[in-house]
Design a protein around this ligand. Structure first.
Ligand code: NAP
Length: 277
């Protein structure tokens, strides 16, 4: 039997790269997608040498409207089908919602929402026909916690809403396909070491967080693979973030928001103290 193939978006770095490694270590072939081709080629070579799996390398900008169709058609032209989908590519959009222009918001929504649901829509008919599919939508713990200024300033005012949509979409889709042997997981990491905070300019602020707040991309990927294999619909990696989400469920909203503000003030004081020398 041909090896199963998993399409991973945002495989050139961070959580997507780690998920590609995780699927490869379980014997999956891959379609690796991002804009930086050389990184994808290096990863493809490494995974071939380590695990003997084959990878298609597909460069695409997922903020472009026709990117999902082009990606899936390239896979089909190579004579392959998509058995697994990791929707992961993403970046924050720092700045004020009111002051950024609409084109910027539109690109953000295409990258963070439309590409995710469009790719799922494109590959689901094949998964249903073959009665097998594994889909991970990389959301964020920020969708499960009260919004914080420090976070939305760097990741964007639309970020927690975009990530919330992915959770509700995953829950609803998991129900729709529960009798088709298709598992859908919303993976909700907290702060994770990757290039994300370099891209959105939050590296200095995030480096002030206590060490136990930081997850590794490898741990997030292992949790995601385990969840989608078992059919767990929402997975929050890491004990600290599980605790925060449990607290957010029981505390009244105003108390949760007050705690987030207190944490922000503490981080701002630490940043000032560091700047002062
Ligand atoms: N790091 C965190 O603390 C954290 C926490 C919660 C959720 N997340 C989510 O995790 C996902 C992965 O982020 P990460 O932490 O791994 O960040 P990262 O290291 O910056 O990786 C982002 C990936 O997305 C790709 N990408 C970005 N814009 C793209 C575009 N327009 N078209 C195609 N690919 C694009 C990048 O590749 P190219 O630049 O080569 O295109 C890269 O492979 C994101 O959805 C993010 O929202 C991250």
């Amino acid at each position: 039997m041909a090896r199963r193939l998993c399409l991973v978006t945002g495989a050139s770095s961070g959580i997507g790269e780690a998920l590609a490694r995780e699927f490869a270590s379980h014997g999956w072939d891959l379609a690796l997608v991002a804009r930086r081709e050389e990184r994808l080629r290096d990863l493809a070579e490494e995974l071939k040498a380590k695990h003997g799996v084959d990878s298609l390398v597909i460069t695409a900008d997922l903020a472009e409207e026709d990117a999902p169709e082009k990606i899936v058609s390239e896979i089909e032209k190579a004579g392959r089908q998509v058995d697994g989908l990791v929707n992961n590519a993403g970046a924050g959009q720092p700045g004020s919602f009111a002051e950024l222009d609409w084109q910027t918001h539109e690109r953000f929504l295409r990258l963070m929402v439309t590409a995710y649901v469009r790719l799922a829509h494109l590959v689901l008919p094949g998964m249903k026909a073959r009665r097998f599919g594994r889909i991970i939508n990389v959301s964020s713990v920020s969708a499960l916690l009260p919004s914080a200024n420090a976070h939305t300033r760097f990741s964007g005012t639309l970020y927690p809403g975009a990530k919330s949509l992915l959770i509700k979409f995953s829950e609803a889709l998991a129900l729709e396909v529960e009798n088709d042997n298709i598992h859908v997981t919303a993976l909700c990491p907290g702060y994770t070491f990757s290039e994300f905070h370099d891209v959105n300019g939050a590296r200095q602020t995030v480096s002030k967080l206590p060490k136990f707040w930081m997850l590794t991309a490898g741990d997030v990927a292992t949790a995601g693979y385990d969840a989608v294999t078992r059919g767990v619909v929402t997975r929050v990696p890491g004990a600290w973030y599980k605790f925060l989400v449990a607290m957010a469920k029981v505390l009244p909203d105003p108390v949760g928001r007050a705690l987030m503000r207190a944490q922000e003030k503490r981080m701002a004081r630490q940043a000032q103290a560091t700047a002062a020398g």
